[in-house]
Structures are given as C-alpha cells and as structure tokens.
Design a protein around this ligand. Sequence first.
Ligand SMILES: *[C@@H]1O[C@H](CO)[C@@H](O)[C@H](O)[C@H]1NC(C)=O
Length: 466
Amino acid sequence: MFKSFVVLSVLAAPVLSQTAVSLLIDFAGYQSSGTINLRSTLNNVSTKKGQTFHFGSTYDTGVSTASWTKNVFSTFFNHIVAENGCKWDATEPSRGTSSLTECLAVQSYATSCSASFRGHNTFWHAQTPSWLPGSITASDLVNNVIPQHVQQEIQGMGTSVTSWDVVNEIVGDGVSNGMFTLKSALQCVQNKKDWPTQTSDGSNTALVTDLSFVHAAFSTALKYAASNTRLAINDYNTGANDAKTACVLAVLADINQNAGVPYNRLAVGFQTHISTSGFPSKAALTANFAKLAALGANAMITELDISLPSTSSANERLQAAIWGDILDACLYASNCNEFINWDTRDDQSWIGTAGAGTLFDSNGNPKPAAFEVQARMQRFASGAPMLCATALGTGSCMASGPTGGSSTTAGGTTTTHTTTTPVTSPSGCLSPLYGQCGGTGWTGCTGCASGSTCQVSNPYYSQCLA
Ligand SMILES: *[C@@H]1O[C@H](CO)[C@@H](O)[C@H](O)[C@H]1NC(C)=O
C-alpha cells in the first residue's frame, strides 16, 4: 500500500502498443463462426449454478430490426431490461399518474421470447418527467413523491421482476481523489453533486441534506416487491479496487442499517460501461463480488459495453478477452446471476457505431466476444476451473483447450487436449497471429504461424503480425 512501490511497478511494466490475447475460441473445441444458439448453453450454466442464470440485453419497442431482435432474444439472450421504457419520465409523466404502458410492453415482449425481465429504474436524477424537480420541498419528495412513484411502479410491474434498480447513479465520481480515505455513505452521495442532494437549477443549493430519499425508495421497494426480487443500487465506474466502489459498499451498508433492508434482498449493480483501455480487473471484480457474497448480497453486471478505439481484429480479440474475464467473474461467483449487455448490436448502441461496444456488429453478426462468451459458459458448465485473466495478455495468461478438443493455432500442428491444464509455450513453437513472440523475459514461442512474422514493438514485446 505504499505509493512509491506502486509508482515503481508502473515504471517497470512494459508499455504495450497492443495487448495480444489468448482466447478459448482459438481452440477447435469451441465455435468461432456461424450463428450462435446460446439457450441450451445457458440452461447448462443454470444447472451448474443451481439457479437460473439471466443473460440479457436492452430492448425498447419500435426497434427497426424487429425480426433480428426477436431472434436474438429468443436464441441468444434469455433476459431483457427496458433501455428507457421504465424510467421515471416514461412511467409518471404527470404527478400521481402511473403510466406503465411502455414498461409493460417490454415485459410482455420478454415473455413472448421466453425471457425474464429486470426493472430499470425507480429513482434516477436523469430522464425525470418535466414536473420534477419543480418546486417540491425535501419533505414532500421524501415522504410523498418517491414512495408513491416506487410503489406504483413496482406494484404495477408485478411479482416476476428478477431485480429492480431502486436507485441509479447516486454515488459521486470525485470520491476517487480521496483514494485511501473512506467516505461516509452521505459524503459519497453528496459528492455526486446532483438532485436531490442539490437542486437541479445550478445554484448548488442543498435540497435533501441526508440519505432519507434513498431510505424512502428502498423501504417502499421492500414493502411492495416480491420476496425473490433483488433490490439494487446501480452505478458506473465501479468494480475495481477503488474509492467509488468502497463508497457503493458504504451506501449499501447504510441502506441495510437505516432502511431495514436485509442483505439477502439487496444487490449491487455494476454497470461496467468500459473500454479496452480502461476496465476493472477480473481479480478485483472477483474480490468485490466475494465481499458482497459474504454479506448475503448479490452482485450483478447490469450494463456492460466495451468500446474500441477502432474495429481491428486485434481490438476485437482484446474486447473478447475482457468480456470473457468479466463474465467469468460473474459465472464463478455464487451471488451473481444476472449479466446484462447494454444494447444488442453496434449500430444500435448508445455509445455509437464507431465504439463497436456490443456483442454483435452493425450487420447483426456475432463478434469474437459473442463466441468467447459462449465458450466461457460451456467451460464453466463443464466444471472446469476459472481461466486466468486473459485481458492481461499472452505474456501472463494462455487459454486452454477443452478436453478432447484440439488446438489448430500452432502452425498446422493439431494437438489433442486430454486435460484442461493451461497450454504452455515451449520454445521452438509458433505463436498465433497477434500472439507474443519475443521481448525481455519472454520464454514462450519465438516463431510465428504461417502468414505472419515476428515484429519488434518495443524491447519488452514482439508480436506476430500479418
Ligand atoms: C449441455 O450439457 C449436456 C450434458 O452435459 C451436454 O451433452 C450438451 O452438449 C451441453 N450443451 C451445450 C450447448 O453446451
């Protein structure tokens, strides 16, 4: 925990121009092209977990690719969240008027796809109806407005909702400046500097000066939600070993103590809007999920997308490695049963087509990440142990083939795997395209598969490039 040591480590680490990664889909036992039917794999995952594994994406009515969308929710995903249809502006357009038409339409669409449905969200400072924040007082908001909205939405959507984001994005970002100073739950929320701890008129005036608005939302949700519906706080830029994540856990503890919600009803939603250059490590996610499991609370990946600087094959492979690592963290955690990918395809993603942050490309074809997701699930369902963190690159993590499967990546030599122990890289062998082939400390293959040559990127890293 000494900062000087951290700095030295950073200086000593090689700066990679491109992280080459090893993936399960490099092995012949796993599918890497064609169309994917994930439903039976998802059933196998649920059997292995002993509880339904909900793997989903977003939906709003009126999508332009209706038949593609219907197919993907009937064969690939088994879980749906409304991108916009259940937010406050859609569900209470005027005070006291419950308007669940859009939210219910998404829920019945899920039913028509034999998919489950998750609720997002009952409180958020954004996408509020025009009558909010208005001139409503703090006590009116806490005692009337929030309880009424949470009750009418949760009651109105019925008992089959897997989980609700009861409050969305209430923790501030600036808290990471105080990296090693744990903030109180109230400080964490006040640091958000948004309605309702501040008024939304830009005057910086405090409106609600405590966490009563959070308690009001949660105690109402506890009263009206079904007993098997998890009640979540949902936020972005969380999951790493950092101050914002510590803040989310502090707020969760406060809700448990002061709103009287048992931990076995609570969940933390990790939105996980990330990029190939900034993402939480598999180890940190695993540790944070375990902290929640020890309390009895659930962890959920609620809004995953991984944006790319450009859509090169190498970037898509790194995206697949990160996707696989985050999925693994959830699959192998006893308390993670919901995993939502935010938007179904690149041309419909909120981050824009160029970010290429989803599992399916702009033509609706599965990307390497979609195949890798299937492979990770199959590996988990088979009872194999968790893979190393593939996103760290081939220098520290090589994927392993399935039992009985074969690797075709080593220059035409086919190796049949009889165990699932990691594949080692004997010298004299050939690295695959984009694989590492040299650099200070490198002990793996120094040759390259046919069609590629070993090129020096920097003293620490050489890579097989076409
Ligand atoms: C599901 O599990 C069964 C039994 O282990 C297996 O035969 C089948 O291939 C699995 N299906 C998929 C799609 O992985």
